[in-house]
Design a protein around this ligand. Structure first.
Ligand code: ADP
Ligand code: ADP
Length: 230
């Protein structure tokens, strides 16, 4: 059953650079798709179109039956359903870890403080950061902050999770702990689209590898086929 359907998506940046040249793809519920391709091929731009962060000029993108429309209301709706994790963790530095996670559910979903905190603690437990709940982002390692960013996105109970090079800003010894969290999330049945250069993750966790080059989708295949004959 399809949850992301993109058809003929074209995007040009304001300087007229044609970054996405007619991308069509479907992601099914529970699938893990890894997007690969050279730097500058449009991977980051493409996943940003999936949560309304990046407008596009032609084509159509539907998330679980709702077309992404570029009015403010449509974008707010999509952002609740599509969680995103960035290379730079993007936590609020002046808020505790717990508050970073409860903010969205309280303000955007109307959860009570108590319910939001109970949910947040459960999620922080899952990503191994419960003991740090009352610390501030600056007191955590990069790997820990990224796990908080994942918990924060999950707190909105998204239907889809997008990851844009989630381990690229991390010291090598912290990459594994973030990938382990992503692997568990994949095993729990979450639909995930990940831009990552982590070949081990792509091989072992992805259901499909999509390869972009110069704004075009050139390969959409299984990891076995992709890594045996690239
Ligand atoms: P990737 O994630 O595959 O590295 P990106 O989607 O980040 O690729 O970028 C694709 C291309 O679009 C790059 O050449 C980049 O420089 C260009 N680009 C990104 N953002 C902008 C922008 N705001 N204006 C113009 N060009 C941009
Ligand atoms: P990444 O590949 O990690 O996404 P980039 O270096 O492509 O990083 O882009 C970093 C930031 O700079 C992004 O916000 C992108 O939109 C912006 N950017 C990249 N290229 C251009 C460009 N040619 N003109 C304007 N903004 C750009």
């Amino acid at each position: 059953e399809a949850i992301i359907i993109a058809k003929g998506v074209h995007k040009r940046y304001d300087n007229d650079f044609h970054v996405l040249k007619g991308i069509s793809l479907t992601v099914n519920k529970g699938e893990v798709v890894v997007l690969m391709g050279p730097s500058g091929s449009g991977k980051s731009t493409l996943i940003r179109t999936f949560n309304g962060l990046e407008p596009y000029q032609e084509g159509k993108i539907e998330i679980d039956g709702t077309e992404i429309s570029h009015n403010q209301k449509g974008i707010e709706l999509i952002r609740r359903e599509v969680g995103m994790v960035f290379q730079q963790f993007n936590l609020f530095p002046h808020l505790t870890i717990l508050k970073n996670v409860t903010l969205g559910p309280i303000h955007l979903k109307g959860l009570s403080q108590d319910d939001a905190e109970a949910q947040a603690m459960e999620l922080l437990e899952r990503v191994g950061i419960a003991p740090q709940a009352n610390k501030y982002p600056g007191q955590l390692s990069g790997g820990q902050q990224q796990r908080v960013a994942i918990a924060r996105a999950l707190a909105m109970e998204p239907k889809v999770m997008l990851f844009d090079e989630p381990t690229s800003a991390l010291d090598p010894e912290m990459v594994r702990e973030v990938l382990d969290v992503m692997r568990k999330l994949a095993q729990s049945g979450m639909t995930m689209v990940c831009v990552t250069h982590e070949v081990g993750f792509a091989r072992e966790v992805a259901d499909r590898i999509i390869f972009l080059a110069e704004g075009e989708l050139v390969t959409d295949t299984t990891p076995d086929k992709f890594f045996n004959n690239p």
